[in-house]
Design a protein around this ligand. Structure first.
Ligand code: GAR
Length: 188
């Protein structure tokens, strides 16, 4: 049976694209039933429309507090009967309201080999540190910053500082790893 999943993203949404495409091709036992974005002008919003997937795009500043907009998100997840939330470039800390309702069912992809380089500027930090092995991590989301249980990691060697090339290789590493990890979680 197809499981109902949601993807949260703040930007371009290429990881969303990889997940939605895999689901459409039957490579995932899942259907993406909701996209959530905290930036109504983000490219991911247009991508969701192209896939015919409902999108809740909101402006955080229009709400009095994080709890207020997260209550709205929880209501939408509940209504869509979502069993797994996949953060894919969602550049906001998940708060108590969302964790209370969906804790243990939220995962994230992060562009470093955690626990190295937590936070919003992981790739920059890795380049500044002069690492020769880059990588990505899929992990559970808990109350810590990028500190939840690690579910999967993949690394690649790169001896250089061409940021565009590093980001290209990080993305190319992320797509199959995220899809494989979601598949494993939904089938185990
Ligand atoms: C991805 O590389 C993801 O790992 C990163 O944002 C990018 C989103 O790209 N996430 C973080 O940095 C979270 N701290 P995309 O919008 O093209 O999928």
């Amino acid at each position: 049976m197809k499981r109902r999943i949601a993807v949260f993203a703040s930007g371009t949404g290429t990881n969303f694209e990889a997940i939605a495409t895999a689901a459409e091709r039957g490579e995932l036992p899942a259907e993406v039933v909701l996209v959530v974005s905290d930036r109504p002008s983000a490219e991911v919003v247009a991508r969701a429309a192209r896939h015919g997937i409902p999108c809740f795009a909101f402006t955080p500043k229009a709400y009095a507090s994080k709890a207020d907009y997260e209550r709205e998100i929880v209501a939408r997840l509940d209504a869509a009967e979502v069993c797994l939330v996949c953060l894919a470039g969602y550049m906001r800390l998940v708060g108590e309201t969302l964790l209370d309702a969906y804790g243990g069912r939220i995962i994230n992809i992060h562009p470093s080999l955690l626990p190295a380089f937590r936070g919003a500027h992981a790739v920059e930090q890795a380049i500044e540190a002069g690492v020769k092995v880059f990588g990505v991590t899929v992990h559970e989301v808990d109350r810590s910053l990028d500190g939840g249980r690690i579910l999967a990691q993949r690394a690649f060697e790169y001896d250089g500082s061409d940021r565009a090339e590093i980001e290209r290789r990080i993305h190319a590493t992320e797509y199959p790893l995220y899809v494989e990890t979601i598949r494993r979680l939904l089938t185990e």
